[in-house]
Design a protein around this ligand. Structure first.
Ligand SMILES: O=C(O)c1cc(C(=O)O)oc(=O)c1
Length: 301
């Protein structure tokens, strides 16, 4: 555990390996965050963790080291509903990042449009009690209806044990849905286990539910490569839903300070879950472009 004198936590690897796998041109790290810097972008009073600074310069250096071209920056829970740090990182990316915001239900339509102008293309609903105090489904649904006209989607983070309870809420969301970290299945159950079976039922219920095949470090305990159980459980999902999967590092790995993953090793998982160049291109290039840079996709199709 790395905590400085001010109690601020470092949850990322100090010197990640350069991966052996070379991502295809235009590859997107579609799930990462920025923390601060705190002097410019203070953390929320409700934050459940107090991280050290992990700002845009560090994120873009990692992107280049890993061989990626773009980032999708997901507002981290420690920044609450103030998206300034995420917007700052997008603005500093020279067009190489877009983002997902967390918004207060009282947000105005004008404020949503300003987020769109700042590169936001979705809102995140977080149901993890260790990360947020409230997850008001009725107010989330209201937001989901209001973002429809912007062409955005909903990103949702929940754990496998509440999937069934969430189904009526999920079914009512009128926009595409992206599920963070596959709704945290127990990957030790294997590809046909109860958690993956329930998650596949959600994917099969409509064709606009997407997922991020991310976080072997979070989903496999004890954490650490080679993450064989993650690969065994997730590879069939990539093969069966090749047009609805996204991949990301999850850097700077909020709350992973006791077992920080090496981002280079995380990238080297990709060819084990997406085993052909075509699957890799969909996972890393065309799928994220469809959600985050749709104006480019309409030209290339
Ligand atoms: O599992 C987590 O602790 C976690 C936290 C956050 C966040 O704080 O936003 O985001 C993630 O994707 C995962």
């Amino acid at each position: 555990m790395s905590t400085d004198a001010a109690g601020r936590i470092t949850s990322w690897h100090p010197n990640p390996a350069v991966p052996r796998f070379v991502p295809p041109p235009g590859a997107v790290d579609a799930h990462c965050h920025v923390f601060g810097p705190m002097a410019d972008f203070p953390f929320s009073a409700q934050a459940k963790y107090l991280p050290a600074d992990a700002g845009p310069d560090m994120l873009f250096a990692l992107r280049d080291r890993l061989g990626f071209a773009r980032n999708v920056i997901v507002q981290a829970s420690c920044h609450g509903t103030d998206n300034a740090a995420t917007l700052n990182a997008i603005a500093r990316s020279a067009g190489a990042a877009r983002g997902v915001a967390v918004v207060d239900p009282a947000i105005t339509d004008g404020e949503l449009e300003a987020l769109h102008d700042g590169g936001i293309r979705g809102v995140r609903f977080n149901f993890l009690k260790r990360l947020v105090d409230n997850a008001p489904k009725d107010r989330f649904l209201d937001i989901a209806r209001r973002i429809q006209s912007l062409g955005w989607h909903v990103v949702i983070y929940f754990e496998a044990d509440i999937l069934e309870e969430l189904r009526p809420f999920l079914d009512a969301i009128p926009t595409p849905i992206v599920v963070d970290h596959m709704g945290r299945p127990d990957v030790a159950q294997g590809p046909g286990g109860a958690d993956m079976t329930a998650f596949r039922a959600l994917l099969d219920s409509r064709d606009d539910v997407w997922t991020k095949v991310t976080c072997p470090d979070r989903l496999e305990e004890p954490a650490g490569p080679p993450w064989d159980r993650f690969v065994t459980a997730v590879r069939p999902l990539v093969e069966d839903y090749p047009d609805r999967v996204l991949w990301g590092t999850d850097w700077p790995h909020p709350n992973m300070q006791d077992a920080v993953p090496d981002d280079g090793a995380l990238v080297d998982i990709i060819p084990r879950i997406a085993v052909t160049p075509e699957l890799q291109r969909k996972l890393l290039v065309t799928n994220p472009a469809t959600l985050y840079w749709p104006e480019e996709r309409s030209f290339s199709l």
